[in-house]
Design a protein around this ligand. Structure first.
Ligand SMILES: Cc1ncc(COP(=O)(O)O)c(C=O)c1O
Length: 477
Protein backbone atom coordinates (compact mmCIF):
# COMPACT_ATOMS: atom_id res chain seq x y z
CA UNK A 1 0.00 0.00 0.00
CA UNK A 2 2.84 2.42 0.83
CA UNK A 3 6.37 2.53 -0.57
CA UNK A 4 9.32 3.98 1.32
CA UNK A 5 12.49 4.87 -0.54
CA UNK A 6 15.70 5.01 1.50
CA UNK A 7 17.42 6.95 -1.32
CA UNK A 8 14.82 9.71 -1.28
CA UNK A 9 15.96 13.02 0.28
CA UNK A 10 12.75 13.22 2.33
CA UNK A 11 12.88 11.38 5.70
CA UNK A 12 11.01 8.05 5.81
CA UNK A 13 8.34 9.27 8.23
CA UNK A 14 7.67 12.25 5.90
CA UNK A 15 7.33 9.94 2.86
CA UNK A 16 4.77 7.87 4.75
CA UNK A 17 2.97 11.00 5.96
CA UNK A 18 2.74 12.31 2.37
CA UNK A 19 1.38 9.08 0.99
CA UNK A 20 -1.26 8.64 3.69
CA UNK A 21 -2.26 12.31 3.42
CA UNK A 22 -2.64 11.99 -0.33
CA UNK A 23 -4.83 8.90 0.03
CA UNK A 24 -6.97 10.61 2.66
CA UNK A 25 -7.48 13.65 0.42
CA UNK A 26 -8.17 11.65 -2.72
CA UNK A 27 -10.72 9.48 -0.87
CA UNK A 28 -8.71 6.30 -1.47
CA UNK A 29 -8.68 6.01 2.29
CA UNK A 30 -12.36 6.69 3.11
CA UNK A 31 -13.52 8.66 6.15
CA UNK A 32 -13.43 6.65 9.39
CA UNK A 33 -11.40 3.82 7.80
CA UNK A 34 -9.10 2.25 10.37
CA UNK A 35 -5.35 2.58 9.79
CA UNK A 36 -3.08 -0.39 10.45
CA UNK A 37 -1.51 -0.44 13.91
CA UNK A 38 1.92 1.15 14.27
CA UNK A 39 3.52 -2.23 14.82
CA UNK A 40 1.80 -3.95 11.84
CA UNK A 41 2.62 -1.17 9.42
CA UNK A 42 6.22 -1.00 10.62
CA UNK A 43 6.57 -4.73 10.01
CA UNK A 44 4.89 -4.55 6.61
CA UNK A 45 7.14 -1.71 5.47
CA UNK A 46 10.22 -3.19 7.11
CA UNK A 47 10.85 0.05 8.90
CA UNK A 48 11.05 1.19 12.50
CA UNK A 49 8.01 1.89 14.66
CA UNK A 50 9.36 5.41 15.14
CA UNK A 51 8.91 6.07 11.42
CA UNK A 52 5.25 5.03 11.48
CA UNK A 53 4.62 6.70 14.82
CA UNK A 54 6.17 9.93 13.50
CA UNK A 55 3.95 9.93 10.41
CA UNK A 56 0.79 9.14 12.42
CA UNK A 57 1.58 11.84 14.99
CA UNK A 58 1.93 14.48 12.31
CA UNK A 59 -1.25 13.39 10.52
CA UNK A 60 -3.03 13.39 13.87
CA UNK A 61 -1.72 16.84 14.81
CA UNK A 62 -2.96 18.25 11.49
CA UNK A 63 -6.36 16.53 11.80
CA UNK A 64 -6.10 14.07 8.90
CA UNK A 65 -6.62 11.16 11.30
CA UNK A 66 -8.13 10.82 14.73
CA UNK A 67 -7.60 8.29 17.49
CA UNK A 68 -9.99 6.22 19.55
CA UNK A 69 -8.86 4.93 22.87
CA UNK A 70 -7.39 1.45 22.62
CA UNK A 71 -8.70 1.13 19.03
CA UNK A 72 -5.98 2.97 17.08
CA UNK A 73 -6.11 5.62 14.36
CA UNK A 74 -8.97 6.37 11.91
CA UNK A 75 -9.30 8.59 8.85
CA UNK A 76 -11.01 11.94 9.53
CA UNK A 77 -13.95 13.11 7.40
CA UNK A 78 -12.72 16.05 5.29
CA UNK A 79 -15.40 17.84 3.25
CA UNK A 80 -13.40 20.67 1.72
CA UNK A 81 -11.03 19.97 -1.17
CA UNK A 82 -7.35 20.51 -0.31
CA UNK A 83 -4.43 20.61 -2.74
CA UNK A 84 -2.80 17.16 -2.82
CA UNK A 85 0.82 16.94 -1.69
CA UNK A 86 2.01 16.06 -5.17
CA UNK A 87 0.72 19.41 -6.42
CA UNK A 88 2.24 21.31 -3.53
CA UNK A 89 5.54 19.61 -4.25
CA UNK A 90 5.23 20.48 -7.91
CA UNK A 91 4.67 24.11 -6.99
CA UNK A 92 7.93 24.13 -5.07
CA UNK A 93 9.99 23.01 -8.07
CA UNK A 94 12.51 25.66 -9.13
CA UNK A 95 11.06 28.15 -11.56
CA UNK A 96 12.34 27.95 -15.09
CA UNK A 97 11.28 30.48 -17.67
CA UNK A 98 8.73 28.97 -20.04
CA UNK A 99 8.64 29.47 -23.78
CA UNK A 100 6.17 32.34 -23.26
CA UNK A 101 8.69 34.19 -21.05
CA UNK A 102 11.31 35.27 -23.55
CA UNK A 103 14.95 35.58 -22.60
CA UNK A 104 16.52 38.47 -24.47
CA UNK A 105 20.01 38.34 -25.87
CA UNK A 106 20.17 42.14 -25.90
CA UNK A 107 18.45 43.69 -22.89
CA UNK A 108 18.31 47.47 -23.09
CA UNK A 109 16.25 47.85 -19.92
CA UNK A 110 17.40 51.09 -18.24
CA UNK A 111 17.56 49.60 -14.75
CA UNK A 112 19.88 46.63 -15.37
CA UNK A 113 23.21 46.44 -13.57
CA UNK A 114 26.46 44.80 -14.59
CA UNK A 115 25.96 41.14 -13.58
CA UNK A 116 29.67 40.74 -12.84
CA UNK A 117 29.95 44.01 -10.95
CA UNK A 118 28.49 42.92 -7.63
CA UNK A 119 31.22 42.94 -4.94
CA UNK A 120 30.50 39.38 -3.90
CA UNK A 121 33.56 38.67 -1.76
CA UNK A 122 33.32 41.89 0.28
CA UNK A 123 29.58 41.60 0.72
CA UNK A 124 29.82 37.97 1.80
CA UNK A 125 32.49 38.86 4.33
CA UNK A 126 30.38 41.75 5.69
CA UNK A 127 27.35 39.46 6.05
CA UNK A 128 29.38 36.76 7.79
CA UNK A 129 31.13 39.21 10.09
CA UNK A 130 27.77 40.68 11.03
CA UNK A 131 26.41 37.24 11.85
CA UNK A 132 29.50 36.38 13.83
CA UNK A 133 29.69 39.58 15.81
CA UNK A 134 26.09 40.36 16.53
CA UNK A 135 24.02 37.16 16.57
CA UNK A 136 21.92 38.61 19.40
CA UNK A 137 20.82 41.45 17.16
CA UNK A 138 19.09 38.94 14.93
CA UNK A 139 16.69 37.92 17.66
CA UNK A 140 14.66 41.11 17.34
CA UNK A 141 13.10 43.25 14.66
CA UNK A 142 15.21 46.38 14.86
CA UNK A 143 13.70 49.85 14.78
CA UNK A 144 11.37 51.12 12.09
CA UNK A 145 13.67 54.01 11.21
CA UNK A 146 16.54 51.68 10.37
CA UNK A 147 19.82 50.61 11.93
CA UNK A 148 21.53 53.52 13.72
CA UNK A 149 25.01 52.78 12.44
CA UNK A 150 23.80 52.48 8.87
CA UNK A 151 21.99 55.82 9.16
CA UNK A 152 25.17 57.45 10.49
CA UNK A 153 27.18 56.05 7.59
CA UNK A 154 24.56 57.16 5.07
CA UNK A 155 24.58 60.63 6.62
CA UNK A 156 28.36 60.92 6.26
CA UNK A 157 28.25 59.63 2.70
CA UNK A 158 25.45 61.99 1.69
CA UNK A 159 27.15 65.02 3.19
CA UNK A 160 30.49 64.17 1.59
CA UNK A 161 29.31 63.20 -1.86
CA UNK A 162 25.90 64.78 -2.37
CA UNK A 163 26.08 67.86 -0.16
CA UNK A 164 22.96 66.69 1.70
CA UNK A 165 22.86 68.29 5.15
CA UNK A 166 20.98 66.45 7.85
CA UNK A 167 21.57 64.49 11.03
CA UNK A 168 20.93 60.74 11.16
CA UNK A 169 17.66 61.34 13.01
CA UNK A 170 16.21 62.61 9.77
CA UNK A 171 17.22 59.50 7.81
CA UNK A 172 14.87 56.53 7.31
CA UNK A 173 16.01 53.26 5.81
CA UNK A 174 13.44 51.98 3.29
CA UNK A 175 12.88 49.09 0.91
CA UNK A 176 13.05 51.14 -2.28
CA UNK A 177 11.41 54.21 -3.76
CA UNK A 178 7.99 52.63 -3.89
CA UNK A 179 7.89 52.15 -0.14
CA UNK A 180 9.33 55.60 0.62
CA UNK A 181 6.72 57.24 -1.59
CA UNK A 182 3.93 55.18 -0.08
CA UNK A 183 4.94 56.34 3.40
CA UNK A 184 5.24 59.94 2.22
CA UNK A 185 1.91 59.86 0.38
CA UNK A 186 0.09 58.69 3.54
CA UNK A 187 1.83 61.34 5.54
CA UNK A 188 1.06 64.19 3.17
CA UNK A 189 -2.51 63.13 2.42
CA UNK A 190 -3.92 65.24 5.20
CA UNK A 191 -2.71 68.55 3.81
CA UNK A 192 -2.43 67.79 0.08
CA UNK A 193 -4.41 66.16 -2.67
CA UNK A 194 -2.38 67.01 -5.79
CA UNK A 195 1.12 66.04 -6.86
CA UNK A 196 3.04 67.51 -9.80
CA UNK A 197 5.31 65.09 -11.64
CA UNK A 198 7.78 65.60 -14.45
CA UNK A 199 6.52 64.75 -17.92
CA UNK A 200 8.17 62.68 -19.21
CA UNK A 201 9.05 61.22 -15.85
CA UNK A 202 9.41 58.10 -13.76
CA UNK A 203 6.21 56.11 -14.15
CA UNK A 204 6.37 54.45 -10.72
CA UNK A 205 6.11 57.71 -8.77
CA UNK A 206 2.95 58.58 -10.67
CA UNK A 207 1.47 55.18 -9.92
CA UNK A 208 2.25 55.26 -6.19
CA UNK A 209 0.59 58.64 -5.64
CA UNK A 210 -2.37 57.74 -7.84
CA UNK A 211 -2.85 54.57 -5.82
CA UNK A 212 -2.89 56.74 -2.71
CA UNK A 213 -5.78 58.81 -4.05
CA UNK A 214 -3.77 61.84 -5.23
CA UNK A 215 -4.54 63.78 -8.36
CA UNK A 216 -1.30 63.57 -10.34
CA UNK A 217 -0.60 66.53 -12.66
CA UNK A 218 2.06 66.03 -15.33
CA UNK A 219 4.25 69.13 -15.79
CA UNK A 220 6.53 69.45 -18.81
CA UNK A 221 10.28 69.22 -18.33
CA UNK A 222 12.72 70.98 -20.60
CA UNK A 223 16.46 71.60 -20.46
CA UNK A 224 15.89 73.61 -17.29
CA UNK A 225 14.02 70.83 -15.54
CA UNK A 226 10.39 71.08 -14.49
CA UNK A 227 8.60 74.10 -16.01
CA UNK A 228 8.08 76.31 -12.96
CA UNK A 229 5.32 78.41 -14.49
CA UNK A 230 3.38 75.27 -15.31
CA UNK A 231 4.07 73.99 -11.80
CA UNK A 232 2.60 77.14 -10.27
CA UNK A 233 -0.40 76.92 -12.58
CA UNK A 234 -0.97 73.28 -11.57
CA UNK A 235 -1.79 74.40 -8.02
CA UNK A 236 -0.06 71.28 -6.72
CA UNK A 237 1.32 71.38 -3.21
CA UNK A 238 3.96 68.71 -3.89
CA UNK A 239 6.45 68.38 -6.74
CA UNK A 240 8.31 65.15 -7.46
CA UNK A 241 11.55 65.92 -9.34
CA UNK A 242 14.80 64.26 -10.45
CA UNK A 243 16.92 67.44 -10.66
CA UNK A 244 20.41 65.94 -10.87
CA UNK A 245 19.67 63.47 -13.65
CA UNK A 246 16.18 63.86 -15.01
CA UNK A 247 14.47 60.54 -15.55
CA UNK A 248 14.33 59.77 -18.49
CA UNK A 249 15.83 62.71 -20.43
CA UNK A 250 18.95 63.13 -18.33
CA UNK A 251 19.07 66.91 -17.95
CA UNK A 252 20.50 68.63 -14.90
CA UNK A 253 18.32 71.35 -13.43
CA UNK A 254 20.38 74.56 -13.47
CA UNK A 255 21.12 76.31 -10.20
CA UNK A 256 18.82 79.29 -10.89
CA UNK A 257 15.86 76.98 -11.48
CA UNK A 258 16.75 74.94 -8.41
CA UNK A 259 16.64 78.06 -6.28
CA UNK A 260 13.33 79.10 -7.89
CA UNK A 261 11.89 75.69 -7.18
CA UNK A 262 12.97 75.92 -3.55
CA UNK A 263 11.46 79.40 -3.41
CA UNK A 264 8.18 77.92 -4.69
CA UNK A 265 8.29 75.43 -1.81
CA UNK A 266 9.28 77.90 0.90
CA UNK A 267 6.94 80.73 -0.01
CA UNK A 268 3.88 78.59 -0.64
CA UNK A 269 4.05 75.96 2.08
CA UNK A 270 4.81 73.37 -0.60
CA UNK A 271 6.88 70.20 -0.53
CA UNK A 272 9.58 69.02 -2.95
CA UNK A 273 10.36 65.33 -3.33
CA UNK A 274 13.90 65.10 -4.70
CA UNK A 275 14.67 61.67 -6.18
CA UNK A 276 18.47 61.45 -6.42
CA UNK A 277 18.39 57.89 -7.71
CA UNK A 278 21.65 57.52 -9.67
CA UNK A 279 23.76 60.51 -8.70
CA UNK A 280 26.87 58.34 -8.19
CA UNK A 281 27.13 57.73 -11.92
CA UNK A 282 28.32 60.90 -13.63
CA UNK A 283 31.04 60.31 -16.19
CA UNK A 284 32.34 63.76 -16.97
CA UNK A 285 32.95 66.57 -14.54
CA UNK A 286 31.96 66.68 -10.92
CA UNK A 287 28.80 65.13 -9.45
CA UNK A 288 25.92 67.61 -9.26
CA UNK A 289 25.21 68.53 -5.63
CA UNK A 290 21.74 67.85 -4.35
CA UNK A 291 18.86 70.31 -4.17
CA UNK A 292 18.44 69.49 -0.49
CA UNK A 293 21.94 70.75 0.28
CA UNK A 294 21.08 74.20 -1.06
CA UNK A 295 18.43 74.72 1.67
CA UNK A 296 18.61 71.95 4.25
CA UNK A 297 15.82 73.62 6.25
CA UNK A 298 13.32 73.74 3.34
CA UNK A 299 10.55 71.19 2.95
CA UNK A 300 12.51 68.85 0.73
CA UNK A 301 12.16 65.10 1.03
CA UNK A 302 15.37 63.59 -0.32
CA UNK A 303 15.35 60.02 -1.68
CA UNK A 304 18.38 57.88 -2.50
CA UNK A 305 18.95 54.22 -3.25
CA UNK A 306 21.52 51.41 -3.28
CA UNK A 307 19.82 49.99 -6.40
CA UNK A 308 21.81 51.73 -9.08
CA UNK A 309 25.38 51.03 -8.07
CA UNK A 310 25.04 48.08 -5.71
CA UNK A 311 21.98 45.89 -6.31
CA UNK A 312 18.28 46.49 -6.95
CA UNK A 313 17.58 42.98 -5.65
CA UNK A 314 18.57 43.97 -2.12
CA UNK A 315 15.72 46.51 -1.85
CA UNK A 316 17.68 48.99 0.21
CA UNK A 317 17.16 52.73 -0.02
CA UNK A 318 16.91 55.76 2.25
CA UNK A 319 14.92 58.90 2.71
CA UNK A 320 15.85 62.16 4.42
CA UNK A 321 12.86 63.98 5.86
CA UNK A 322 12.69 67.70 6.55
CA UNK A 323 12.41 68.66 10.23
CA UNK A 324 8.86 69.86 9.69
CA UNK A 325 7.62 66.34 8.85
CA UNK A 326 9.50 64.36 11.50
CA UNK A 327 6.96 64.50 14.33
CA UNK A 328 4.04 63.61 12.05
CA UNK A 329 6.01 60.77 10.52
CA UNK A 330 6.88 59.28 13.89
CA UNK A 331 3.30 59.62 15.09
CA UNK A 332 1.87 57.94 12.00
CA UNK A 333 4.31 55.04 11.89
CA UNK A 334 5.22 54.55 15.53
CA UNK A 335 3.82 50.99 15.61
CA UNK A 336 5.40 49.89 12.33
CA UNK A 337 8.20 47.37 12.03
CA UNK A 338 11.10 47.80 9.63
CA UNK A 339 10.74 46.37 6.15
CA UNK A 340 14.43 45.89 5.39
CA UNK A 341 16.30 42.90 6.81
CA UNK A 342 18.32 43.97 9.86
CA UNK A 343 21.11 41.58 8.85
CA UNK A 344 21.49 43.31 5.50
CA UNK A 345 21.27 46.76 7.04
CA UNK A 346 24.07 45.89 9.44
CA UNK A 347 26.12 44.30 6.67
CA UNK A 348 25.71 47.49 4.62
CA UNK A 349 26.73 49.60 7.60
CA UNK A 350 29.92 47.53 7.81
CA UNK A 351 30.40 47.62 4.03
CA UNK A 352 30.34 51.42 4.18
CA UNK A 353 32.45 51.70 7.33
CA UNK A 354 35.20 49.52 5.84
CA UNK A 355 35.44 51.74 2.77
CA UNK A 356 34.05 49.12 0.35
CA UNK A 357 31.15 51.37 -0.67
CA UNK A 358 33.37 54.25 -1.84
CA UNK A 359 35.74 51.88 -3.62
CA UNK A 360 32.83 50.06 -5.24
CA UNK A 361 31.34 53.32 -6.55
CA UNK A 362 34.67 54.31 -8.08
CA UNK A 363 35.02 50.90 -9.70
CA UNK A 364 31.49 50.86 -11.09
CA UNK A 365 31.83 54.39 -12.44
CA UNK A 366 34.69 53.15 -14.60
CA UNK A 367 32.81 50.01 -15.65
CA UNK A 368 29.68 51.96 -16.64
CA UNK A 369 31.59 54.77 -18.29
CA UNK A 370 33.15 52.21 -20.65
CA UNK A 371 29.74 50.79 -21.49
CA UNK A 372 28.33 54.28 -21.91
CA UNK A 373 31.12 55.26 -24.31
CA UNK A 374 30.74 52.01 -26.24
CA UNK A 375 27.06 52.70 -26.69
CA UNK A 376 27.67 56.26 -27.90
CA UNK A 377 30.23 55.01 -30.41
CA UNK A 378 27.93 52.25 -31.66
CA UNK A 379 25.06 54.71 -32.09
CA UNK A 380 27.31 57.04 -34.03
CA UNK A 381 28.43 54.16 -36.23
CA UNK A 382 25.04 52.59 -36.94
CA UNK A 383 22.60 55.50 -36.74
CA UNK A 384 24.87 58.37 -37.74
CA UNK A 385 22.89 61.54 -38.38
CA UNK A 386 19.58 59.69 -38.42
CA UNK A 387 19.22 59.84 -34.64
CA UNK A 388 20.07 62.16 -31.78
CA UNK A 389 21.26 61.07 -28.38
CA UNK A 390 19.60 62.77 -25.43
CA UNK A 391 20.85 62.67 -21.86
CA UNK A 392 24.25 61.02 -22.27
CA UNK A 393 27.03 61.46 -19.72
CA UNK A 394 25.46 59.96 -16.61
CA UNK A 395 23.41 57.10 -15.21
CA UNK A 396 22.68 53.76 -16.82
CA UNK A 397 20.76 54.75 -19.91
CA UNK A 398 20.44 57.31 -22.68
CA UNK A 399 17.55 58.22 -24.95
CA UNK A 400 17.73 57.96 -28.71
CA UNK A 401 15.47 60.22 -30.75
CA UNK A 402 14.97 58.95 -34.29
CA UNK A 403 14.91 61.44 -37.11
CA UNK A 404 13.89 59.52 -40.18
CA UNK A 405 12.09 56.52 -38.94
CA UNK A 406 8.66 55.93 -40.37
CA UNK A 407 8.05 53.52 -37.54
CA UNK A 408 6.44 54.09 -34.20
CA UNK A 409 7.61 52.84 -30.83
CA UNK A 410 5.38 49.77 -30.62
CA UNK A 411 6.38 48.46 -34.08
CA UNK A 412 10.04 48.86 -33.19
CA UNK A 413 9.61 47.22 -29.79
CA UNK A 414 7.83 44.19 -31.19
CA UNK A 415 10.20 43.72 -34.10
CA UNK A 416 13.18 44.13 -31.78
CA UNK A 417 11.67 41.54 -29.44
CA UNK A 418 11.34 39.11 -32.33
CA UNK A 419 15.08 39.59 -32.84
CA UNK A 420 15.83 38.84 -29.18
CA UNK A 421 16.13 42.48 -28.11
CA UNK A 422 14.30 44.09 -25.19
CA UNK A 423 13.38 47.76 -25.16
CA UNK A 424 11.59 49.46 -22.28
CA UNK A 425 8.94 51.74 -23.84
CA UNK A 426 9.80 55.41 -23.59
CA UNK A 427 6.05 56.11 -23.80
CA UNK A 428 5.67 54.59 -20.30
CA UNK A 429 7.42 57.68 -18.98
CA UNK A 430 5.00 60.02 -20.77
CA UNK A 431 1.80 60.84 -18.91
CA UNK A 432 -0.06 61.39 -22.18
CA UNK A 433 1.16 58.31 -24.10
CA UNK A 434 3.72 58.10 -26.90
CA UNK A 435 5.27 61.41 -28.07
CA UNK A 436 5.19 62.51 -31.74
CA UNK A 437 8.81 61.66 -32.35
CA UNK A 438 10.02 58.12 -31.73
CA UNK A 439 12.30 57.90 -28.73
CA UNK A 440 14.02 54.79 -27.44
CA UNK A 441 15.30 54.19 -23.92
CA UNK A 442 18.67 52.49 -24.18
CA UNK A 443 19.99 51.04 -20.94
CA UNK A 444 23.56 49.77 -21.08
CA UNK A 445 24.20 48.65 -17.49
CA UNK A 446 23.48 44.94 -17.89
CA UNK A 447 25.11 44.37 -21.27
CA UNK A 448 28.67 43.52 -22.23
CA UNK A 449 30.51 45.93 -24.52
CA UNK A 450 30.30 43.39 -27.35
CA UNK A 451 26.55 42.97 -26.89
CA UNK A 452 26.05 46.72 -26.78
CA UNK A 453 27.76 47.04 -30.19
CA UNK A 454 25.89 44.14 -31.72
CA UNK A 455 22.55 45.11 -30.14
CA UNK A 456 22.79 48.69 -31.44
CA UNK A 457 23.64 47.42 -34.91
CA UNK A 458 20.61 45.20 -34.87
CA UNK A 459 18.40 47.96 -33.50
CA UNK A 460 19.53 50.31 -36.27
CA UNK A 461 18.41 47.72 -38.82
CA UNK A 462 15.04 47.42 -37.11
CA UNK A 463 14.55 51.20 -36.71
CA UNK A 464 15.86 52.29 -40.05
CA UNK A 465 13.92 49.70 -41.99
CA UNK A 466 16.92 47.86 -43.38
CA UNK A 467 15.72 44.94 -45.49
CA UNK A 468 17.74 42.12 -43.98
CA UNK A 469 16.95 42.21 -40.27
CA UNK A 470 18.20 39.99 -37.53
CA UNK A 471 19.24 36.49 -38.42
CA UNK A 472 16.82 34.83 -35.95
CA UNK A 473 19.08 31.99 -34.95
CA UNK A 474 21.74 34.49 -33.85
CA UNK A 475 19.42 37.03 -32.34
CA UNK A 476 17.46 34.72 -30.08
CA UNK A 477 19.13 33.15 -27.14
C1 LIG B 1 13.88 57.74 -11.16
C2 LIG B 1 14.10 56.49 -10.36
N1 LIG B 1 14.03 56.54 -9.02
C3 LIG B 1 14.19 55.43 -8.28
C4 LIG B 1 14.44 54.21 -8.88
C5 LIG B 1 14.57 52.92 -8.13
O1 LIG B 1 14.73 53.01 -6.81
P1 LIG B 1 14.60 51.73 -5.88
O2 LIG B 1 15.23 50.57 -6.54
O3 LIG B 1 15.29 52.17 -4.65
O4 LIG B 1 13.14 51.47 -5.67
C6 LIG B 1 14.52 54.12 -10.25
C7 LIG B 1 14.78 52.81 -10.87
O5 LIG B 1 14.95 52.62 -12.00
C8 LIG B 1 14.35 55.29 -11.01
O6 LIG B 1 14.42 55.22 -12.34
Amino acid sequence: MFILNANDKAPLYRQLYNQIREQVLSGKLPAHAKLPSVRDLATELETSRNTVEGAYQELFAEGYIYSRQRSGYFVSAIDQPVAPVSRLTAARKPHRPSASEPIFRFDFHPARLDPAGFPLAQWRSCLLETLRESPAELSHYGGFQGDGELRCNIQRYLERSRGVMCDPERIFVCAGLQQSLDLVAHLLREGHSTLAVENPGYHLSRAVFQNNGFEVVPVEVGPGGMDLEALRASRSGIAYVTPSHQMPLGQVMPIANRLNLIEWAQSGGNVIIEDDYDSELRYHGKPIPSLQGLRPDADIIYLGTFSKVFSPALRLSYMVLPNSLLAGFHALYRDYFPTVSLLEQKAMARFMAEGHWDRHIRRMRIVYQKKHDTMLKAIEQHFGARATVIGAGAGLHMVLELRESSRGESAIISEAAACGTYLFPFSATCAGGAPDTTRLMLGFGGMTAADIGEGIRLLAEVCLNVEEKCPREQGQK
